[in-house]
Design a protein around this ligand. Structure first.
Ligand code: ZN
Length: 500
């Protein structure tokens, strides 16, 4: 292949600077969630706002337009990875230059203040503390959406920031198809003669024992513990800062070891993706994740398809019983059932696989209405509670367990929620394809050999970075476009299995 144009190397160098700045911001956020003293948050908001402004100016400099023009005028093979990188750079540049740096800084500062107010509001279950901040962030998001431009409605422009290629109407259509099927599966699970429950396993599981177990599990599934860390935070997350530094968190409940277990399996799925992105491509889109939905598909696959399988419980059972004395007298089958309990619950992050997407459907419906102006901030709690009862059959007792539970809106993350459901659907479709491609996969998983699965994911997903749009990546990896059937089938057969 002919050498890459000089402008490509310049774009790569600028991209690397942006990646370094992004990692610095990421580290500040990690610190904010894990260590920052409570009084340090507004000072931190100023730091993050400054860095966001600097990044934005670097990402929107006119040099980039010149380098892009130069690259686009050279004859790179149209299907080469570099041609794809240039197309992604163009997309990002176009999007970034729509928004003035002042608006980026204002938004970042508003987010910092809003986050503090949200923590307070949630603690006291007092929506009015958070309402003016939500109002402000919605107005800033609407301004940005107008500047970005959109097909039908402002939400389209925001969705594009998280899941490029999806329009609100596509998500609406997909969710309309999912809703009755999910409700039917959930009803079937609720009606099981002996519905499994995590409560049967409640005991005393000291945090130190849980930590020890998790440090055993992580390298076994392929996570490089010399290139990452596990800490604790209120909301588990994973932050792939860059080569050799993937930070994960989980939370601990000494009565229920599955809280940290599934937190870690989930975040480690994200972490494995981050660790699998090609290091040599740092600074180019080929070294970045394809989309948030694809990211979530990785976490869900490890959490649910591996971690909630019978073979996981069976193969890890000797280690579980060694780690936790309170499991004495239980069987691995009890844990498998408990880990798959389907229950009506208020909190999304604790929801089981079947009801989880109903929580997402609710948020999507409400945030699209908020953005359009069809729902006022003032009316949000009531609208939440009404829809929640319709979808999940529970009366929301307070806003802390209702519309104040998630951090996303306090960070201005409107358009983020659908990526969770897209991730769930994708995870099952990838799992189905991996099983088709690797006939020995069930045996290797039974033997706690996760390498064949990880190798498959590296080859089909991780190694491509952002070369392909998410839809194309799914098509290439699985041989068909994203389709909810694989996931619905997984859920249906799980409920069927539990009934036996
Ligand atoms: Zn996740």
């Amino acid at each position: 292949m002919s050498p890459l144009p000089e402008a490509y190397e310049k774009l790569r160098a600028r991209g690397k600077d942006l990646a370094l700045l992004g990692a610095t911001t990421g580290l500040l956020s990690w610190d904010q969630e894990t260590l920052l003293p409570p009084k340090g948050h507004s000072f931190r908001a100023e730091q993050s706002s400054l860095l966001a402004g600097i990044s934005h100016r670097l990402a929107t400099h006119t040099d980039i337009a010149r380098w892009l023009d130069e690259c686009e005028s050279t004859s790179l093979p149209p299907h080469s990875p570099e041609a794809a990188a240039i197309a992604r750079w163009r997309h990002d540049y176009h999007r970034a230059t729509r928004i003035p740096a002042e608006l980026v800084e204002e938004n970042e500062l508003a987010i910092g203040l809003s986050r503090t107010a949200w923590v307070e509001a949630r603690k006291n279950s007092h929506f009015p503390t958070f309402a003016p901040h939500l109002e402000k962030l919605l107005s800033l998001s609407r301004q940005m959406a107008d500047l970005w431009g959109y097909a039908d409605q402002p939400y389209d422009a925001l969705l594009e920031g998280y899941e490029p290629g999806w329009l609100t109407r596509d998500v609406t259509a997909l969710f309309a198809k999912l809703r009755p099927r999910l409700v039917a599966i959930a009803e079937k699970a609720f009606a099981l003669p002996q519905p499994p429950s995590r409560k049967t396993l409640r005991g005393h599981y000291p945090r130190a024992d849980q930590e020890k177990f998790l440090q055993l599990l992580l390298p076994k599934i392929g996570f490089d513990i010399n290139a990452g860390r596990l800490d604790s935070s209120t909301h588990p997350f994973c932050s792939g800062l860059g080569p050799g530094d993937t930070r994960m968190t989980t939370r601990y409940d000494e009565n229920d070891f599955m809280v940290s277990l599934y937190g870690v399996l989930h975040e480690a799925g994200h972490g494995l993706y981050d660790q699998g992105l090609p290091e040599s491509q740092l600074g180019t889109p080929l070294g970045q994740a394809a989309s948030l939905g694809i990211h979530e598909s990785q976490s869900r696959l490890w959490e649910n398809r591996i971690g909630r399988s019978r073979s996981f419980w069976k193969s890890w059972w000797p280690d579980f019983t060694r780690a936790f004395t309170d499991l004495t007298g239980h069987k691995h089958e009890d844990c498998w059932r408990a880990s798959n309990a389907v229950e009506r619950s208020f909190i999304r992050v604790e929801a089981d696989e079947v009801t989880y997407d109903l929580h997402i459907l609710l948020r999507f419906e409400l945030e699209t209405q908020l953005l359009k102006g069809d729902l006022s901030v003032h009316d949000l709690p009531a609208a939440w509670n009404e829809l929640f009862e319709k979808l999940l059959g529970l009366k929301v007792p307070d806003d802390a367990r209702g519309c104040l539970q998630d951090i996303h809106w306090s960070l201005g993350g409107f358009g983020y929620f659908p990526t969770y459901t897209l991730g769930n659907l994708t995870s099952s479709q990838l799992w189905q394809a991996a099983n088709r491609d690797i006939p020995t996969l069930p045996t290797s998983v039974e033997n706690r050999d996760y390498q064949p699965l990880l190798r498959w994911l590296r080859e089909k997903v991780h190694s491509h970075g952002r070369r392909y749009p998410a839809a194309e990546l799914v098509q290439r990896a699985t041989g068909k476009p994203l389709d909810p059937e694989a996931h619905l089938k997984v859920l249906e057969s799980k409920v069927q299995e539990l009934s036996q």
